[in-house]
Design a binder for this molecule. Sequence first.
Ligand code: BGC
Length: 669
Amino acid sequence: MTTIGAKQVSGKKAFEILSKLTLDEKFQLLTSPGFRRIYVTKPIKRLRIPSFRTTDGPLGVAYHSSGFKKCTRFPATISVASTWNRGLARAMGVAMAEEVRAVGRHMLLAPGINIARTPLNGRTFEYFSEDPYLTKELAIPFVQGVQSVGIGACVKHYAANNQEIDRRSCNAIIAERPLHEIYLRAFREVVKEADPWAIMGCYNKVNGVYGCENKYLIKDILMDRWGFKGFVMSDWFATRPIETTEGCINGGLSLEMPIPSKYKRKRLQRSLKDGKFSVESLDDLVYRFLRVLLMAQSFEQQSGSRNSSEHQNLARIIAEEGMVLLKNHGNLLPLSLDEIDSIALVGRNLKKKFGGFLYGGSSAVKPPYEITPLEGLKEKLKGKVKILSNVSKADIAIVFAGLNHNKGEDSEASDRAKLELPTEQVELITTTAANNPNTVVVLIAGSPIAMREWINKVPVVLDAWYPGMEGGRAIANVLFGDAEPSGRLPITFPKKLSDSPAHSSRERRHYPGDDEKNVFYDEGVFIGYRWFDEKEIEPLFPFGFGLSYTGFEYENVLISKESASANDDSLEIQLDVINIGDRPGADTIQVYSRDIQSSIVRPPQELVGFEKVFLKPNERKTISIQVRARDLAFYDVESHDWKVEQGEFQLKIGRSSRDIKMKTSILFD
Ligand code: BGC
C-alpha cells in the first residue's frame, strides 16, 4: 500500500475513531503513559488504539529509545550533507526506517534541519547545512525514503533552535524575512514536497513565544499556510516553561512529550471548562495524531531489518562520499601500499569509538561494532606497511585529530567552547609536522574547525566528520585511493570565530544572548556564505569546497531558455563535465543565482541548483541541472509571501561558492 493510499483510508477512519472517544480518552492520547515509557503514547484499550512508538534520531536508531537494541550507526547528518547526493540521502532514510521497523517502532525522530547560524552549535553534526536550499534538497529525499517504508519521519526542531546554550530558555529574535527565508524555508519545502508525518516543536522561544505554543509558527504558518497534514509533538520537556495548557492546545501541539505536564488531565479539564480552548481545537489535534497512528498501523505487517550488510555498506559509502579533502599539497594523497614502508599513526581519535549510550545526546546510536581508524588502517595495510609510533622515522605520519561528543565539543545541550581544536591537539599536529614533512591530518568532528596555527604546516587535511560504524574502513579506503573523496562543504569554515555572523561583534545579544537571554539575529538573511560574500571576508574554506584526486573541466554550457515565467517555472542548465585526470572521481557542479535587478537587498549569491556526477578517467558526460523559479524567490514582507522578481538573474556555475567557472543569465517576466 502506498503512503498516499494509506493516508486516504486512515483519514476517514480517524474521524470515526475520534467520534467514539470520550473527552478523557482524547486527553490521554495527547501524551505518554508516564516516566517509564517516554518515547511512546498512551494506548486506549477500549477502542484498541495502541501506543504510538517513536525512536531517536538522525544518526540511526538510538539505543536508549529502542529497548537498548544495537543498530547501524550511520555517519552524522553533516557527512550526508557533504555528499551532496540526493540518492544517498534517500537510501539512508530507507535503511534507517527499516531499522525502526525492526525495533518495533513507528516513527524516527529525524531529520534535524536547523540551519547552522553559529559554527559553535553543539548539534551542528546532527544538521545538514548553513544553506536552506542544500538542507531541503537532502532532507526531502531523506524523509521520502523513511516514509516509503511506512515509517513516519519527525522533522525537528521547529524552529530557530540554532544554539544549545540556553536552548530551553533563549529567545531567538528574528525579523520576518530572515525567519522565513533562512530558518523556516527548509521546513516549508519538506512539508510541501515530502509530507512528513510529524514535526517536533523546539525548546526555545521565537520572537517571544515558546516553540511548542507558538501559534504563529504552528497553526498559522505550518498548518494554515503550508497545509501541513501531520501532527506536532513537543521536544522532550519543552513544555515545562510554558505557562498555560491552552497555549499549547491553541498553538497546535498534539503530543506533549515525554510526560504530561500541561496536558495533565486535570489541567486540560479546567482549561476546557473555563472556555480557554474549544473542543474543535482539541479534536483537530487528536485527529491529526490518530490519522498518523492509523497510517503507521497499516504498515505494521511489513518486516524490517537491522544491522544488515546492506545497511553497513551504505554507512561506509556515505562516510566515503561525505569526506571532504580540504588540502592535498603535492598530491600526497592517495597513498600507495607499494610506495611506503612505514606509517606513523597518532592522535586522540585514532582508537576512538563514538557510539555509546546517550554519548553526545539523543542522537546516540550504539552499533554492534565500530571500526576505528586504527582498525581500518591495519586491515588496509595487511602487514605490508609497518606501523610506527615514532613520527620522524615514518614515511608518512597521520594525526587523527578532531572533536568528540563531550560537553564543550560536538554535543547536545552545550555548545563548543571554541572554534579551534583542543590545545594539546594543535600541539600534536605542529610537533608531528615539524618532525615529518609528510603529515596528514584527518579530522573527525562534526563542525567547522579553525586551523590558523597549523594549516600551513601540514600538506594534507581530510575532514571525515563523524563517519559512523564503518568509519575506520571508509577513512582507510579514501587515504589509499580505494574510494574517491567527493565531499563538498555544506558549511563555511571561518578563519576565526569573529568572521562568522553571529560572532562578528562581541555583544552577547548576538550570541549567546543578552541578560534576558534574547538572541538578536541582526545579521538577517546573511548567514553562512551569504555573510562572507556580503562582507567580503575570506573564509578558511568556502561553502561548496572540496578537492578530488582527479580534475574536472566544464564545457558547452547551454541554458534551456533565455526568459521564464516567475510563476514557478523551471529551467535547465546543460553542460559537459570532463574528468581530465587518470583516476575516477565525482564532481558536484553548483549553480548560484544573483538577482541583478532586485528591489531589496539580497545576498550576493545563493545556491539554486546542483548535480553530482561520477566520471571515469577522461570520461565526458552531459549533465543537466534543474533550476526552479521558486528557488530564486525571496520572502516579501509586504505581501507576507514568497516572490520572484521580474528582471535579470545571473546564474553562476562553479565548483564552490568561491570558484565560479562560468556565468549565464535568465530574464523573468
Ligand atoms: C532532543 C530531541 C530528541 C528528544 C528525544 C531532546 O533532548 O532535542 O532531538 O528527539 O530529546 O530524545
